[in-house]
Design a protein around this ligand. Structure first.
Ligand code: NAD
Ligand code: MG
Length: 396
């Protein structure tokens, strides 16, 4: 029997890579639904190729346009629109697996719907877990879902751990997340003021969407990943360490109680972690190239302190600050950062002001402990409003 997969955010970098991996295994997978925000032509072409049962676009007028184009091409896909449609295609009884590859808080509702419906939930959309935290994990538990990390670092940790998650607390001593250091690792911190969006989006090792590329340049991506690791693996925040590894060959490591370290290695290609998420507990071909050890550059590991932290990467330590607060601070941080990155990409604040917006928003918003999705959404909205206010003041 083929597995029916919904790809949320199918036109993005992870979405396209997911379909590329699935195309290698037509006997194992079929597409149930594809979703996109704006890129109508890209979604249309994917529908022609995959003939999913459903396609979803954010706006109703785009959905209508897509529906008429598909009708003209005799593609039988039903086109839906709006946030409820995302929840429906993530939780539909005929769906086996959901690739959560929407960027940002916009993907949270669909992730929760898939979790509650007990799906195999392949999580690339790290922001959803950063915001949702314990509420997200409770939905996974109550729905009986299988949560599989797609972020390369978390896939690496997951691959280094025994399959039985109940053994993790007694075995894991430390999780060591690797970070490439992004494009500005060696830049003088004072020149970060003049960095342009295009410079920030040019990552040395990975090709990704613009939001995560900016997050990689500020190191906020690693901050989000520290929070993600805390929830995925149930560790104490002090058990998570970050090291700079510019070659992006070691994707992350686990140090066990006996100080033995297990690392996962591979070429920097997201099709590796995506294939593992799709095939787990089995393995299958991914399309990623094999490592050639004799032609690899020297693998190096450096501490953040050597790189002028905190001046160069001030966003990173916000992860521990938010986790230590044990309230809704992670949701506030994520919302603020989404606004700050949008403002930077739109040209209204400088690159180095992204951290300023995040630090100020965390200080101003009282992050009471959210008890349900509505509390999270209220906190997210409050943090966005505060971040916008401050970003506007900075840009004025
Ligand atoms: P991207 O910008 O390339 O794609 C985002 C996708 O989400 C697109 O299909 C877009 O149409 C959809 N989308 C955007 N806003 C939406 C909205 N408001 N409502 C509904 N759909 C919306 O992003 P990406 O690089 O593929 O990243 C996707 C997620 O995966 C992010 O959370 C990112 O942090 C994570 N991730 C990405 C990579 C990578 O290599 N690209 C690696 C690890 C984790
Ligand atoms: Mg990552």
């Amino acid at each position: 029997m083929k597995q029916a997969i919904t790809v949320l955010g199918s036109t993005g970098s992870i979405g396209v890579n997911t379909l590329d991996v699935m195309a290698l295994h037509p006997e194992r997978f079929e597409v149930f639904a594809l979703t996109a925000d704006r890129r109508l032509e890209a979604l249309r072409d994917q529908c022609v190729r995959w003939r999913p049962r459903f396609a979803v676009m954010t706006q109703a007028d785009h959905a209508q346009d897509l529906a008429s184009q598909l009708r003209a091409l005799s593609v039988p896909t039903e086109v839906l629109s709006g946030p409820q449609a995302l929840l429906d295609v993530a939780s539909h009884p005929d769906v086996d697996g959901v690739m959560a590859a929407i960027v940002g808080a916009a993907g949270l509702g669909a992730c929760l719907a898939a979790a509650k419906a007990g799906k195999r939930l392949m999580l690339a959309n790290k922001e959803a877990l950063v915001i949702g935290g314990a509420i997200f994990l409770a939905a996974v538990r109550e729905g009986g879902a299988t949560l599989l990390p797609i972020d390369s670092e978390h896939s690496a940790v997951f691959q280094a751990l025994p399959q039985d998650a109940t053994t993790w607390p007694s075995r894991i001593q430390k999780i060591i997340l690797t970070a490439s250091g992004g494009p500005f690792r060696q830049m003088d911190p004072s020149s970060l003021r003049t960095v342009t969006p295009d410079q920030a989006c040019t990552h040395p090792n990975w090709v990704m969407g613009r939001k995560i590329s900016v997050d990689s340049a500020t190191m906020m991506n690693k901050a989000l990943e520290v929070i993600e690791a805390r929830y995925l693996f149930g560790v104490n925040p002090r058990q998570i360490e970050v090291v700079i590894h510019p070659q992006s060959v070691v994707h992350s490591m686990v140090q066990f109680a006996d100080h033995s370290v297990v690392a996962q290695l591979g070429t920097p290609d997201m099709r590796g972690p995506i294939a593992y998420g799709l095939s787990w507990p089995d393995r299958m071909t991914s399309g990623a190239a094999a490592l050639n050890f004799t032609s690899l550059p020297a693998l190096t590991f450096e501490s953040f302190e050597d790189h002028g932290h905190p001046e160069r990467f001030p966003c990173l330590r916000l992860a521990w600050q938010c986790l230590d607060a044990e309230d809704g601070s992670c949701a506030v941080l994520n919302a603020s950062n989404e606004v700050a990155v949008e403002c930077f990409l739109g040209g209204s604040i400088r690159f180095d002001q992204i951290h300023a917006v995040n630090a100020e928003t965390l200080q101003k918003v009282h992050a009471s402990n959210p008890g349900c999705l509505d509390d999270l959404l209220a906190l997210d909205a409050q943090a966005r409003a505060q971040a916008r206010l401050y970003a506007r003041a900075l840009g004025a």
